[in-house]
Design a protein around this ligand. Structure first.
Ligand SMILES: *[C@@H]1O[C@H](CO)[C@@H](O)[C@H](O)[C@H]1NC(C)=O
Ligand SMILES: *[C@@H]1O[C@H](CO)[C@@H](O)[C@H](O)[C@H]1NC(C)=O
Ligand SMILES: *[C@@H]1O[C@H](CO)[C@@H](O)[C@H](O)[C@H]1NC(C)=O
Ligand SMILES: *[C@@H]1O[C@H](CO)[C@@H](O)[C@H](O)[C@H]1NC(C)=O
Ligand SMILES: *[C@@H]1O[C@H](CO)[C@@H](O)[C@H](O)[C@H]1NC(C)=O
Ligand SMILES: *[C@@H]1O[C@H](CO)[C@@H](O)[C@H](O)[C@H]1NC(C)=O
Length: 799
């Protein structure tokens, strides 16, 4: 009887063995691809890969990737019409030359039995990596310009280089926004004769990585990029776990580094800043190496550490010359509550800090136990494919033409509160009215190629803003999990709010509770214009730098990117890119375009985590927080629209909305005519420019890493240089009540660690007063300051 039962269970587990992605019916389409048979999903075994650890699977895998006239090599630098998912069933896939990544490709393995990509012993040591996501061309340039590498993921794969003697690397990953490496393992040789590296990244504007494990290697990883957010990376026995090649800003959370000679080597003079939180080092000779010389008060190599444990670590921090700057305990544990090296504004400054026991306020409301809350994207490995309710099975066409409003609304109503997960097959779901996502709904998109696209009259009136996707109604209680899809618009849609989020999710009150997680949005992106089907491409919305203050009304394509309303509470967002296109992805020259949307992300709710988040090219502001509380932001990144100040903000949006505290540029810039004394004589910088980050009347706002960039004036980059005085705009980051009332900012609490700016004369403006200038903090191409405490926090912490 007993054995019979075991047999039955075993049979059942065989029947259920396939991960849902392997056997879910595939109806995904790429409607704007001229080839109507174009396949999105490619199971590498169906393409002839054996995965038996013996057969050379290189050709089969590369054929599966390149099939269908996709974008890779031969001059193609971007494409939204050729998305693909490469799926790897369990197995060991032996390769003899690199797997070559094409544009808009997701490589996903079965997370229940992680497949491994293994280099054969004869894998060429001169090859850049096992997976080359962006190959170098004969010209010496990367195939896809690194800062335009979007919409890519690698998940649930092992990379094994151990059979190779000499040089070998797992993944070559120059990458930018909306890219992700999640849940991968790297098995590397630790032989001192070998130079093995898990991930090599030398360029880009990223990005997110999470849940990675590195075993061995000369370097677990070599990272260079403008900015990145990395969470839950574990290194066992790498000689140097992380070699930080260069950066402007970087946020590492929940690192664990075990049995290494060096933890993070950030001694390069091209490193702007590192923010390290909630991490541990065990048996590491030197946890951190800095290039910053004691007493140096530039912005270079700013370092902020919070809640890190060092066990059997003789040296916590050493200089590039090897001299210990901070000792640990070779046979015990040291806990760092807080440490900072860099320039401090509390709120006045700069003062140079090189010390431990720096007081952070650490709002407990944002933590689970002693760490800031974090939650990985669910991959639903415990569900069979029958648990997914397909949009196309539920009468949605997803063809970019049919009005799918009714079908999608019916799908989400059917799924809400059930054990089903809504599945958005790849496609463009054109909708003429709001799609409502009720409480207690789970939604997952296929391969980042499912797009909900608002179009038509109901979205066209900027005096009547209307959400394309609305998550809960104000006052609704419940949860959502949403991942891997895009919200967008088509054509002139001046009234569209891409996502309005209202939901209140019950979660522990004073601190997070493991049984009651916040809601989550992972890899849910907003894309306005710049893709085939948007009607907002080079032909429709060319740039007009020669014309004075010209705006084509047909290129006004939204009211707001994302609105997290006052009723929203407890939402965790990870790797979200809220983008108004600055160029046309489908144009082979990546030609720039002018698309106009006034507001980026407006946050009015409470208990919000924005992990690896980016908002770009909105006219009035990128991020604005109004009466928000308990907000965690960790590596946020913004760009000012390239056309400004032609026209200057708020043009063309002159109907300002006081109810949502739109900035009043006329009033703010009038005060600015009498600068606070920090602005250098002879430096003129336009003031009526989009804010990168604007925080009004908010409490418990903690920002761990921010990159606020202004590269252009009317498409000319000469302003973002030292010679010009970084004068693309006068100011970029505002804290206050909007009326210059100091009493109000006293009630606010804002802490910002490692602020990096480009092209802004002032780095911080509090209550109309410019508190910090770029030249006090010059670091890399960016200026960097380590700590800013708003008036209220500075008083509370006694800083
Ligand atoms: C960290 O990543 C590992 C490897 O993917 C995973 O097993 C673990 O659950 C992750 N931890 C957290 C807290 O997400
Ligand atoms: C840190 O990196 C630099 C540059 O690669 C290298 O020269 C130096 O030896 C490294 N330091 C340590 C302690 O490994
Ligand atoms: C650290 O080193 C000690 C002594 O060599 C060893 O006993 C212990 O297992 C190591 N810790 C880890 C996590 O590997
Ligand atoms: C700080 O260090 C950098 C890099 O070594 C150097 O260029 C700069 O002159 C130093 N600045 C000061 C004020 O010491
Ligand atoms: C790209 O730019 C080059 C040089 O300006 C031009 O010759 C070519 O026609 C352009 N290609 C496309 C596809 O626009
Ligand atoms: C600000 O938010 C609090 C709740 O956090 C609320 O009680 C208060 O009314 C809000 N104030 C304004 C001016 O909206």
């Amino acid at each position: 009887m007993k054995s019979f039962f075991v047999f039955l269970l075993a049979a059942a587990s065989v029947a259920w063995a396939a991960y849902w992605m392997e056997d879910i019916p595939r109806h995904g389409i790429a409607p704007f691809n001229p080839d109507k048979e174009y396949p999105i999903f490619r199971n590498v075994k169906q393409w002839g890969a054996k995965g038996d650890g013996v057969t050379d699977d290189t050709a089969a895998i590369n054929a599966a990737i390149s099939h269908g006239n996709r974008c890779g090599g031969a001059g193609c630098v971007g494409s939204t019409t050729t998305p693909a998912i490469l799926y790897f069933p369990p197995g060991t896939y032996l390769i003899t030359t690199p797997i070559v990544g094409f544009y808009y490709t997701q490589l996903i393995g079965d997370p229940t039995k992680m497949p491994v990509i293994k280099a054969a012993p004869n894998f060429p040591t001169e090859a850049i990596a096992l997976l080359d996501a962006d190959p170098y061309m004969n010209s010496g340039k990367l195939n896809f310009q690194a800062t335009n590498v979007f919409y890519r993921q690698v998940r649930n794969l092992g990379f094994d280089t151990r059979a190779v003697r000499g040089k070998a690397t797992g993944i070559h990953w120059p990458s930018s926004q909306s890219t992700l490496i999640q849940n991968c393992a790297f098995h590397l040789s630790s032989d001192p004769e070998d130079t093995h590296v898990g991930i090599f990244m030398e360029e880009g504007s990223g990005g997110m990585m999470a849940d990675l494990v590195f075993y061995g290697g000369k370097y677990g990883a070599q990272f260079g990029n403008q900015q990145y957010t990395m969470r839950n990376l574990t290194f066992y026995g790498s000689d140097t776990a992380i070699n930080q090649i260069w950066n402007w800003g970087w946020t590492y959370k929940s690192l664990k580094i075990v049995n290494s000679r060096v933890g993070i080597n950030m001694s390069s003079p091209d490193v702007g800043s590192v923010t390290l939180l909630d991490s541990s080092f065990v048996n590491v000779s030197t946890a951190l190496v800095t290039g910053r010389v004691p007493g140096n008060n530039s912005g270079l190599g700013s370092l902020v550490i919070q809640n890190v444990l060092y066990t059997n670590v003789p040296t916590v921090l050493a200089g590039a010359d090897g001299k210990p700057l901070l000792l640990g305990d070779p046979s015990g544990t040291v806990h760092d509550e807080g440490y900072a090296r860099g320039n401090v504004y509390a709120p006045h400054g700069p003062s140079l800090l090189e010390g431990r026991e720096f007081a952070f306020s650490q709002p407990a409301t944002l933590k689970l136990g002693d760490r800031y809350y974090e939650r990985s994207k669910p991959q639903y490995e415990e569900y069979p494919s029958s648990a997914f309710m397909s949009a196309r099975d539920h009468y949605a066409a997803g063809d970019g033409q049919t009005d799918d409003t009714h079908a999608l609304n019916a799908l989400f109503q059917a799924v809400a509160g059930s054990s089903y997960i809504a599945y958005l097959d790849a496609g463009y779901y054109k909708v003429s009215d709001t799609i409502f996502i009720p409480p207690n709904t789970r939604v997952v998109g296929e391969g980042l190629a499912a797009v909900i696209m608002g179009a038509g009259e109901k979205f066209s009136d900027q005096s009547k803003p209307r959400p394309v996707v609305q998550v809960g109604k104000p006052g609704d209680v419940g949860f959502v999990e949403m991942s891997d899809f895009i919200v967008s618009t088509q054509g002139a849609t001046a009234g569209a709010v891409m996502i309005e989020y209202n939901l209140n999710t019950p979660a522990g009150e004073n601190t997070c509770s493991p049984g009651e997680p916040p809601s989550g949005l992972w890899d849910v992106h907003i894309r306005v214009g710049g893709y085939t089907g948007s009607n907002l491409q080079v032909a429709e919305c060319p740039i007009t730098p020669q014309q004075h203050n010209y705006v084509n009304p047909s290129c006004v394509a939204g009211y707001m990117g994302m609105h997290i309303t006052p009723s929203a509470r407890n939402v965790y967002m990870e790797n979200n890119w809220v983008w108004v296109a600055d160029h046309d992805i489908d144009d082979w020259n990546s030609t720039r375009i002018n698309v106009f949307v006034p507001r980026g992300m407006l946050v009015e709710g409470s208990r919000i985590w924005l992990v690896g988040s980016s908002v770009e090219h909105y006219t009035l502001y990128q991020y604005q927080l109004v009466n928000a509380s308990d907000v965690w932001m960790g590596q946020i990144q913004t760009e000012t629209p390239y056309y400004q100040p032609n026209p200057p903000a708020p043009h063309p949006f002159t109907q300002l909305n006081a109810a949502i505290r739109d900035p009043d540029f006329a009033a703010d810039c009038q005060h600015y005519a009498a600068p606070s004394g920090l602005m250098k004589a002879g430096t003129s910088a336009p003031c009526a420019m989009a804010w990168g980050l604007r925080i009004l009347d908010s409490t418990n706002v903690v920002v761990f890493g921010a990159g606020l960039y202004s590269f252009f004036n009317n498409y000319d980059t000469s302003c973002s240089t030292v010679e010009a005085g970084e004068n693309c705009q006068a100011r970029i980051f505002w804290v206050g009540d909007g009326g210059g009332n100091a009493a109000d900012s006293n009630k606010m609490s804002v802490e910002l660690y490692n602020l990096n700016t480009v092209g802004s004369v002032s780095m911080i403006t509090q209550d109309q007063l410019d508190m910090a200038t770029w030249d006090q903090n010059k670091a890399t191409f960016a200026s960097t300051l380590a700590v800013f405490l708003s008036d209220g926090v500075a008083k509370e912490l006694g800083a």
